[in-house]
Design a protein around this ligand. Sequence first.
Ligand code: B3K
Ligand code: ZN
Length: 860
Amino acid sequence: PKVIKLSEYKKPDYLVETIDLVLHLDNTKTLVQSTMKIKRNTDEVTPLILNGEELVLKSIKLNNETYTDYVHSTENHSLTLNKVPAEFTLMIENEINPEANKTLDGLYKSGTIFCTQNEPEGFRRITFYVDRPDNMAKFTTKIVADKKLYPILLSNGNPIARGDLEGGKHFVTWEDPFKKPAYLYALVAGDLGVIKDTFKTKSGRNVALEIYCDKGNENKCHHAMESLKKSMKWDEDRFGLEYDLDIYMIVAVDAFNMGAMENKGLNIFNSAYVLADQKSATDTNFYGIESVIGHEYFHNWTGNRITCRDWFQLTLKEGLTVFRDQEFSADMNSRSVERIQSVMGLRAAQFAEDAGPTSHPIKPATYMEINNFYTATIYEKGAEVIRMIQTLLGVDGFRKGMDKYFELFDGQAVRTEDFIHAMSVANNNFDFTQFKNWYGQNGTPLLKATSKYDEAAKRFTLTLTQTLPANAPKDAKAYHMPVRVGLIDSTGKDIASKVLELKETTQDFVFENITSKPIASVNREFSAPVKLTTDLTFDEQLFLMAHDSDSFNRFEAAQVVSTKLILDLIEDAKAKRTFELNSKYVEAFGKILADNTIDEAFKALSMSIPGEGVLHQEQAEIAYPETEAVRTFVKKTLATAHQDTLVKLYKSIEQKEYKLDPKSMGQRDLKNKCLDLLSYVEGGKYNSLAFDHFKAATNMTDEIGALTTIVHANSVHKDEALKAFYDKWKHETLVMQKWLTVQASASDESTYDAILKLEKDAVYDRTIPNLVRALLGQFVATNKVQFNHPSGRGYKLIADRLLELDKLNPQVASRLASGFKDFKRTPKVLQDLMRPELERIIKTDGLSKNVYEIVSKILG
Ligand code: B3K
Ligand code: ZN
């Protein structure tokens, strides 16, 4: 496959000014009629090359005359019109087969619903087009369809005409007044349920809000609607940004490759990010819905009004919009919990990606398949980079920069440099020259903090040293990073707190008038996305764990301590030495449990034992079973030592009524964490506690929490609970996805056979990405011991499935392929089992470029 390079960017030779579409919807033969006003965009006279994939060409007319001087290459996915004037009208008719389209890109069917997904390059599967984001046009769409089967017909913008047609058909015409790239185009048709509401904008306009779903699910859309209204209000308050159309629509569909899509005025969502009620959705689901509804809404300004010049700029809209949704979640819930969760997610996914074979900068320079670049790096690290800009400029300075960005670039397709330019000119020409290294260099930087205290001079010196990671580019340069630091005295009080700007490789930062030796709390709020090491002693870390005023670093201290202990124990395990868990740590853990001044949500987070993925990152050669064994040992030791406290804590939390506020969510999390930890106590002593919790559950957080504990502990109640859950929920696919996940992630030997059986269950369907992710995706990502089984059966299973899926949906297949990313750090005996599978994949005829790009990088 061809490598696309940022350095070879050329502006389009032709631009589409307007496009009027007529779609005659049909399951297998949808006729698309497109009328475009096109203008040459260069001085030279060049052929017009349109993108088109899986399209049956019917006719071409140029300025109303039949046109024949063209080449349609199905292999190159292009339609070349050899000779065209400088300005003309082009009419193209083509046919598509939505029902056969399992890629879930372009126009396809999700159950009985017609829907679209066009980012990044799906529109070329609907009709021939200059399908790139710097081609912005005005769209109108007339949808023609059977009235009974498809009473609801939606597209972007405002409806301007509708009526009945013969043969039981009807039509609706939509007009989007805003110019947009084709990736933001959307169409939906179906017999849908809907809930409606309105929002009054700050300038007093009324916006109609509509959320569509499968009939019968309407009562599960209310949380999404509330989240939408909160998002609209928040963007006005925080960034002064108002919605710009008279209607905002969201449609929930079951078959969707990603979480959701920000199409102008017509978001299309994975139903998992819309539908929720107390009985069937967890607190994590509710939280996720609020965040994704916000994310897609915020795209209306950061993504739609100002879009990307080319796909190398993807982080321009994604990093910025993730930052915005994180801030929204922080304001709507608990800021400290939000920050801790975001950083845990960043570490688990992005740090791992950035250290592996598919590591790339937030602004990559090359790609084969752009769909492979919707990554944790572009999104989450991209958001961290934006956050650093805010930390450097301050919240007000950042807001000024955002205002400037819209003033300069509204309605345009721009680059990350343009964003930085706006931030700079709005802030006294702040110098971002060195900061820009964050955009072009991959890898997670290492930061070391050491300190000296001069008692006589009352001077504290903090030395910060940055090191580039081993996989950084050869010519990589030092970063400009904001490091938020606090100095804490022996009573736990902050005596200094500021943001240090590290620009050199090593820099000393001097604090004067420090009257007693302080402890430095470095990189508070995780102000720079780095791997930090310090010269703090174990006892000093425990002190921070108890006293740091920065809640992130208080959480972090516990993670640092437990990570270190666990890694040492893994060495013991490898050398077959007996384990012993540091008693000071066991004691400190108990203090947190017993401390009534710590709120429940924070306590629950503090109980997290570093995840397998995070621990694997620290190992040159990954010891899969030992890592798992040590984690289990640590939990067992903590649980056994503190079982009385845990039971007491568990019982102390009583919820009379179900509420969704941060406090109530924190309580449920804590309760479930206690239950889970208790399941590690020898002899199944707390099995019945978990089973009772399961049976008494009145909400999904408790129900699935208990089921997970029961299954993962291999409790005697496992089969009974799994069956009861299945019988109760088998008709709800979103809940069945949880049921699959619980089983796929159980590290038990029996999981492999369970997966083979589950694939045959009536609730499973491999054409629905959510189900594949729930079963196979979970297995690869979270069941490291079974995926890396010494027989090699885990590798073979996933390679088989991946190759089957690649024929249907290359995007889903390619995500599974990245599950092999630890190949080079896997022990040699396992590598010898993994390699043949990877080679079998890459030698497969007709392999997608999605999978090819990932697997070729893994094999290196
Ligand atoms: N922009 C979409 C992602 C589209 C992914 C295409 N493979 C969702 C989002 O980031 O909001
Ligand atoms: Zn996005």
